[in-house]
Structures are given as structure tokens and as C-alpha cells.
Design a binder for this molecule. Structure first.
Ligand code: CA
Ligand code: CA
Length: 470
């Protein structure tokens, strides 16, 4: 159970996020202007996206750059999921350095692959005994964890980073990794052991492009291999030629090559000197995940995960993909007449998330003027009530339900009272009028000074929408 925290710590990031969110809202109110929903997480810095598709949702696994970091100071990993590519649910911290008793630092770029009804998460971490970067593997029965150390020791290690797993059509799995080299091992079907030793993929200029001015690294390959098979072709999308990195790719007829360099996927953009690719197909579209320094205070050590939709060229080659603030279009709509987690967010301003005593995650650290945007909410013929699961160790406040923007029409206002604790939960309900059709919903929080209340989930009543997720 989550302990009461008083006074609650304030993080400097939130104040600056509110500033960018205000700008984003100002832009959103302009007719015909795309709404800013990149980066996909606004309350913390995230990096190194690793997306998977499971049971009709996209799960994206990320690292967590600590606020104010001046190095790759990373102690835990995060996971977010979405059915519509714009509203992302925060599932908290499913794995951290503490998961691996033999590791002491550097919770860096990992990759998750489902198999055998389990989820295997390959991560580079620093081994306490010798200070070397090695690769550990976590395992869980759920995509949101919790993950445990599958081995109690590293799976493999040679000082290099950025593991990525591929299960080929014949069932043979491969684990790729490396910076400055590119390695693989053949994983056994248990996904936590391998046959043979680490093998190097030759970094030839034909395979990985030509880098000039660095004789020790003659090719563009830098790090972050993302290897997958699509329509019979193997792709290796990777971070190229630090610094700053761009994203490039190579293709091959087989999982270990021979590779042919194919060019740029994402140019050098976005005020982070690293980038990291993650590529999936989902619900008829193709999506490219990456990171940049787009949030306030953002940069090379304070990064943020973002996503774009793209289409393969007819010959299977990748188009050039540019970073945008708008991100992909929404797939379908969000159903307000079922329980929605408060931490399902298109854009959050001023809020934080934390573990909830009722399970999962709740939104907290709510102050006067903070808000949450939920995109494309299908109210249909009209909602008549709103219920929120709330807790407050202070005097509470109000939830204004607004449409279209933080200054849009108010369709209801719920009062939240004190509950005697930040994790003492109760439900509060208020009347709603005028919420019809499909609109963006803004939960705008108001009240006195200090922290007002927490929200775990919400649900509208009375409507008859026929929502869809595409
Ligand atoms: Ca706040
Ligand atoms: Ca929740």
C-alpha cells in the first residue's frame, strides 16, 4: 500500500510542462491547427521506446530520464498503453534496477517480446561486480508486469548495449545488441538461454553506409538495432552516426544478413543528441516511435518518447519520417460510459502519476489550474452524470468538465471533499449537461492553494454512444 506522503514533494518539471501545455492549448484553439499530442508522456522524461502490439493495444516500454539529469541517469523503466494512439494509459514502473540484485546503475534501452504466454524484457544494465554493461532479462505474465529477474544473473554481456529480440517465422529467436559493434546470439525457445556464442554482424559500408572522419567506425551504425521481418524482408532500423544521431536502416534476406544499407528514416531533429527507433504495425497503420528533447527542460539527457504514423513505400522501403508535435491521428474514439483510468491521457498539464492503493496508478499532485486532456471522447446523444474516484488529504477542490479546450464550455462540475488521506478513496458524482457528440474532454482542476486531491478513475453515465476503437 502506498504510504501517505506529506508534504508532497514538488518537482520542477511540472511547472514548465504547464507552460508548454498552455501554448499547446492556445494552438489547439485555432481552427484547422493540428493539436499537439507529442511527446506522448508529459509528466516525466521518457526515452528509448520499445513498442509491442498485444490484445488490441500498443504497449510502449520506455526508460526514465531523471529530472535535471546531466548524464544518462536512469533507474527504472516505464510502460504505457493505448488502443487509439493518442490517449495513453500510464501503467507505472513495472521494472527497475532493484529487479536485478546484481546490477547497480544504467537502466537503459531495452526491448520486450511476448512468447510462451510470457513477456521477456531484455535490458542493458551495469553489473555491480565489475562495472561492465551487460544484458539482463526480466519476465512477467502480463505486459504491464510486474517483471522479475528471469535468471538471477546477466543473460549475456560484453560491455555493449541496446538489446533487441526477434522471433523468426520458424521459431528461432535472435537477440541483437551492440555499440560500437553489432552482435547477435541465437536464443533458445525458453528465451532466457542461448546456443552458440555471441556472433558479430560485419559492419561493412555496403551493409550500414559510410561514415567519414572516424576510421575506427567506418559505417553509420551507432546503436539501437530494431530488427523485424515484414513481407519476407528483414529490416534493421538503427541510430546512426552520433552525434547528433539520425535514424537509418538496412535490409536483408535473412535475420543475420547480408545487410544492404537503405538510407535515412528520420533526419537529425529534435534537440536530443541521441535517438532510438521502434517500429510496429497496428490496426492497419504503421507507426514509428522515437525520442527527442521536446518538453521544457528537455535535451540529450532529458528526453521524451513520441510517435508518428507512416506508410511503407510500395516497394517496401521506408519513407523519410519527420518529428511532429501533432503525432498520429486517433484511431476510433474513447468510450466515456465505461471506467476510464484518470491516467489515460492525451496531454497532462501539472499532474503526476503514482501507484494507487486500489491497484494500478492514480493521478496526483493536482493543483489549482492543472488539467488533463482526453481526446476524441464519444458522448453520443449526451451524458447526464459524471463519477470520479477521488481522495484528498486536504480540503479537496473541484473537477470542471470542459469540452474542446481548457476554456471550452463547462458541461459539469464535481466537488471533491477531504477524505482523510491521499489514498482514502471515495466516489463523487455530479450532473452533466451538453456533452454530446465526439469531443475532446478536459478535466480542469480548481481549488485553493497546495495539493487538492487525487483521481484514480472516472466514468460518465446516461449516454448512448456507440464508441469504437477503429
Ligand atoms: Ca500539480
Ligand atoms: Ca487508475
Amino acid at each position: 500500500m502506498k504510504l501517505e506522503v506529506a508534504p508532497r514533494a514538488r518537482k520542477g518539471l511540472r511547472r514548465s510542462i504547464a507552460a508548454i501545455a498552455s501554448l499547446a492549448c492556445a494552438v489547439a484553439l485555432l481552427p484547422g491547427t493540428a493539436q499537439a499530442d507529442n511527446p506522448i508522456v508529459q509528466n516525466i522524461y521518457t526515452a528509448d521506446p520499445a513498442p509491442i502490439v498485444h490484445n488490441g493495444r500498443v504497449y510502449v516500454y520506455t526508460g526514465h530520464d531523471e529530472d535535471g539529469s546531466t548524464y544518462f541517469t536512469m533507474r527504472e523503466w516505464r510502460v504505457y498503453s493505448s488502443a487509439d494512439m493518442v490517449n495513453w494509459t500510464d501503467h507505472g514502473v513495472p521494472m527497475s534496477l532493484a529487479t536485478f540484485a546484481w546490477a547497480d546503475a544504467n537502466a537503459w534501452a531495452g526491448h520486450v517480446v511476448p512468447r510462451n504466454g510470457k513477456f521477456y524484457w531484455y535490458v542493458p544494465v551495469r553489473q555491480r561486480s565489475n562495472g561492465q554493461m551487460v544484458i539482463g532479462v526480466g519476465v512477467a505474465e502480463s505486459p504491464t508486469g510486474p517483471f522479475r529477474d528471469a535468471l538471477g544473473r546477466p543473460l549475456v554481456g560484453n560491455g555493449e548495449i541496446d538489446p533487441h529480440a526477434l522471433i523468426d517465422d520458424n521459431g528461432q529467436a535472435y537477440l541483437y545488441w551492440g555499440n560500437p559493434n553489432l552482435w547477435y546470439v541465437r536464443l533458445n525457445p525458453d528465451m532466457i538461454s542461448f546456443s552458440g556464442g555471441p556472433t558479430q554482424i560485419p559492419l561493412t559500408t555496403a551493409g550500414f553506409g559510410t561514415r567519414t572522419g572516424n576510421p575506427s567506425r567506418p559505417t553509420l551504425y551507432e546503436e539501437g538495432p530494431w530488427v523485424y521481418k515484414r513481407n519476407g524482408l528483414y529490416y534493421n532500423v538503427f541510430a546512426a552516426q552520433c552525434c547528433s544521431e539520425f535514424i537509418a536502416y538496412s535490409t536483408a534476406p535473412g535475420p543475420t544478413g547480408p545487410w544492404t544499407y537503405r538510407g535515412t528514416v528520420m533526419p537529425r531533429q529534435g534537440s536530443s543528441f541521441t535517438n532510438h527507433p521502434g517500429v510496429i504495425d497496428f490496426n492497419g497503420g504503421s507507426y514509428f516511435f522515437y525520442h527527442n528533447g521536446a518538453l521544457p527542460g528537455g535535451g540529450g539527457y532529458t528526453r521524451s518518447v513520441a510517435v508518428e504514423r507512416f506508410a511503407y513505400n510500395s516497394d517496401g522501403t521506408l519513407p523519410t519520417i519527420n518529428m511532429t508535435a501533432a503525432g498520429p491521428p486517433q484511431i476510433g474514439t474513447l468510450n466515456p460510459y465505461v471506467r476510464q483510468e484518470a491516467e489515460t491521457i492525451a496531454w497532462g498539464s501539472g499532474i503526476e502519476t503514482e501507484p494507487s492503493s486500489e491497484g494500478g496508478v492514480n493521478v496526483g499532485y493536482i493543483e489549482n489550474g492543472d488539467h488533463i486532456k482526453v481526446r476524441g471522447v464519444a458522448f453520443g446523444s449526451g451524458a447526464t452524470s459524471f463519477t470520479a474516484r477521488v481522495a484528498s488529504n486536504t480540503g479537496g477542490g473541484r473537477i470542471e468538465l470542459r469540452l474542446d479546450g481548457t476554456n471550452g464550455p463547462v458541461v459539469g462540475t464535481c466537488t471533491v471533499g477531504g477524505t482523510g488521506g491521499w489514498q482514502n478513496w471515495t466516489s463523487t458524482t455530479c450532473a452533466v449537461g451538453g456533452a454530446t457528440g465526439t469531443r475532446d474532454l478536459y478535466l480542469r482542476f480548481t481549488g485553493g492553494s497546495g495539493y487538492l486531491f487525487n483521481v484514480n478513475w472516472w466514468q460518465f453515465g446516461g449516454g448512448s454512444a456507440v464508441p469504437s476503437h477503429g
